[in-house]
Design a protein around this ligand. Sequence first.
Ligand code: HSE
Length: 402
Amino acid sequence: MSKKKILLYGFGTVGKGFYQIYQDKQSSEFELIGIIVKNLAKHSPVEVPIYQYGTEQEKSLFSQADIIIECTSNYTEGKDIVLSALENGKTVISASKKVLAENLNLILDTKEKHNAKLFYEAAAAASIPIFKVLNYHFSHENVRYFKGILNGTSNFILTKMETEGLSYGKALIQAQQLGYAEADPFSDVSGWDTAYKLVLLTFSASGTILNSHDLFIEGIENITFQDIYLAKNNGLRIKLLAHADLEKNIFFVCPAFVNNELANIDEAWNAIQIEYEYAKSQFYTGRGAGREATGSAIWGDLNLSQSLEKISQKPVSLIDTAEYHGYWFIRLHSPLETDLLYWNTAEVLTHNKIQNYYVVYAPLSRLKELKNKVKNAQIIQISDENTLKVFTKQTVSYSFQF
Ligand code: HSE
């Protein structure tokens, strides 16, 4: 049997992770015929030919390839590669969450029209095979809700700030050195990377295609040691979470105070808590970023692509996301911003003048307005009653000790 020909686009963390396993496995099933990069000068030769994107050599290898692995960090090129591979009926394995999330409808249509196959396990929660769980094993299930830690970089930064007292900036540099962060880490810390993953998981869970630009998205950029110690001294931790309530159509990304099983997920690990209609609660965890975790996810897709004819997909639907009122902790960084918080549709439960934070009951749309007005405000969700009591009964511990 002749080997399936693979062409790899992108030779960063994910591409190198795939290549490392390719070298280790000496596969009898697959042949890597080339690696395509944006800037040839940045790469040392490896045992497989490397060519620059847009050259004649690339075009020739593209036409020969059966399988395209797309793990570039450039949005426009990534989108072009995925779409033209699908248009040519090739099997596509992609790790580009932004490309997939922002063009899901178009990509799915193109795949259907050209009878191509598409897999993207590496695009969310890396080593956790969550798309396979949702698309195959639980395709008969209605998912009621899920919550997840889906960005390894942010979780790494929060963990390092809390457990080692490392500054935000230093923790981010470490995350970059370890290959966890995106080429532009804004996507990681601003919550957008988590939002793209929320879009992809929501689609597999329910068939619903969300528009990421409609979502409320809060990251961890303005988290301070005050916030982290405030949480810690009151038995809580702060985690950047994707929230999806599929029964009420509520979807958002925001850090939250947690003290449940999500609280124990450290460093670049990811975790997803899911509630199914019949199987009820499940909890998945594993490495969410890094060369080996993402490389392994690509290989999982590659193996599956040879045995599966069609991905099982719930009927596609578009919905209007619902307004959600909740309890929120808001830290301002300047007392001058205080007046902005006395909106008429938000109820202020507590205001702590010393630490300059508020606890409010407000809808997500109000939070979006606040973020537009006060760029460096940090919002953290208070998602359960016990945590709310911590803040409203004045039992908060203010000490800033480890
Ligand atoms: N930058 C991403 C993260 C990589 O930190 O989670 C994996 O998607």
